[in-house]
Design a protein around this ligand. Structure first.
Ligand code: FAD
Length: 413
């Protein structure tokens, strides 16, 4: 039997590559190498239901080792790949052993950006990326009354909501002038600011954290550059992630703040594809795009598997994402970048509304809060390239599905 297809990284995307290889008809060996000690798991609940105690650990796992074995996927946990040799089609594991591959998929994900601060090494300071991080955070949360969250992005705010719901004193320190600034429009930042404050969370914007304070190796607070101090038995940093592209870069594969892939998830090296959080795509205007989401990890994983089998399956699905904070479910469809106006549908006061983002008359994206039906319709409309007019979108009485039911307008030349 020939060499297997090897997948480096047993997260959401690596698993998808493995399963898609089988469903696309690859009969040869599939080796799924994961650095973590556990089977592939869902990361989103780590900062949501699982941390809140509303989901069991067993529910996190996407596939059991037995289910993988049934599909003849040779899953090896605790296996870190240390080096690649693209010319010889071999890789070296951290224990020094070597393996040949027929095709290679890199799905190494991302890691948390480290806090560049004095005191970051103290006990009680955490990032939230892995199951292991979450177990340790849950333990520390139970043992403290005061929590500081550094970074008001999705993960920091989801954690803040869980901690506040447990009656903890929570302070969120955000360097930017608004929350989740990278991902949501100002109107949603304002909504979430009010939501967190209504739940008793202290949110400070435009602050720069200077140091984590501690004694005898344990964190007890945070000092800001303006001299203010906040008490904390637990400090959680959510200041973004860095793609794990070092393995690829060291092997000579083109990287630029992520492993560069084309629309079919191919890298610059023959027989090597990459997918998920470790990748970056260059857009037509030369800018780089990295989507850190389950949807991207899955869709790109499918495209990567097809590419390994010599098939072109461009990864083009429209992005979608979600976030749970308190009783509010945010669901985002499409990308709002480039929008020149937004219209509101529903009621902000009732915490049930959607923002439709347009460029001209063209719908680009829809952010829905507690309106799952609108979100699902938005995805279908965006996929079909259909737009309600802004006036229709703003009118809660207007049935959005009629936009999908009517024939598409003739293309103007
Ligand atoms: C707390 C949290 C909440 C999130 N919430 C949402 C959400 O609500 N919605 C959403 O869409 N997305 C969410 N995300 C993002 C989403 O989980 C990621 O985009 C997705 O998991 C990416 O999958 P991946 O397989 O590319 O990477 P990962 O899941 O990071 O998996 C990569 C794996 O590769 C392993 N690895 C790395 N290097 C090596 C090596 N050299 N050898 C062997 N193994 C290696 C890593 O240990 C890791 O297990 C969340 C993420 C986190 C952390």
């Amino acid at each position: 039997m020939g060499a297997p297809i090897v997948i480096v990284g047993a997260g959401q995307s690596g698993l998808q590559v493995a399963e898609s290889l089988r469903s696309e008809g690859w009969e040869g060996g599939i080796l799924l190498l994961g650095e973590e000690a556990v089977p592939p798991y869902h990361r989103p609940p780590l900062s949501k239901a699982y941390l809140a105690g509303k989901a069991e650990e067993a529910q996190l796992f996407i596939r059991s080792p037995e289910a993988l074995a049934k599909k003849r996927i040779d899953f090896r946990p605790g296996s870190r790949v240390a080096a690649l040799d693209i010319a010889r089609q071999t890789l070296t594991l951290a224990d020094g052993s070597q393996l040949d591959y027929e095709g290679l998929a890199l799905a190494t994900g991302a890691r948390n950006r480290a806090l560049p601060l004095p005191g970051a090494e103290l006990d009680g300071v955490f990032g939230l990326r892995t199951l292991d991080d979450t177990r340790r955070i849950a333990e520390a949360l139970a043992a403290t009354e005061a929590v500081v969250v550094i970074g008001g992005g999705f993960i920091g705010l989801e954690f803040a909501a869980v901690a506040a719901a447990q009656g903890k004193r929570v302070t969120v320190l955000e360097a930017a002038e608004r929350l989740m600034a990278r991902a949501v429009p100002p109107a949603l930042s304002d909504f979430y600011l009010a939501l967190h404050r209504a739940h008793g969370v202290r949110v400070e914007l435009g602050v720069s954290v200077a140091a984590v304070l501690g004694e005898q190796g344990r964190a007890h607070g945070v000092r800001c550059a303006d001299g203010r101090e906040f008490e904390a038995g637990l400090v959680v940093a959510g200041i973004g992630v860095l793609p794990n592209d070092e393995l690829a870069a060291a092997a000579g594969i083109a990287c630029d703040r992520g492993i560069l892939v084309d629309a079919c998830s191919r890298t610059s090296a023959p027989n090597v594809v990459a997918s998920g959080d470790c990748t970056v795509t260059r857009l037509e205007d030369g800018s780089l795009r990295r989507l850190e989401s389950v949807q991207a990890a899955v869709e790109q994983g499918k495209s990567a598997a097809a590419a390994l089998l010599g098939r072109e399956r461009p990864f083009s699905a429209r992005p979608w994402f979600w976030s749970d904070q308190y009783e509010v479910k945010l669901q985002m469809a499409g990308l709002a970048a480039g929008a020149d106006r937004s219209v509101l549908r529903g009621s902000q006061e009732a915490h049930a509304f959607s923002l439709f983002h347009y460029r001209g008359e063209q719908l680009l994206a829809v952010d829905s809060l507690n309106q799952p039906q609108v979100h699902m319709l938005a995805r279908r409309m965006l996929d079909a390239g259909r737009s309600p007019t802004p006036a229709q979108a703003a009118d809660s009485g207007f049935e959005l599905n009629t936009v999908l039911a009517t024939p598409a307008p003739a293309m103007s030349s």
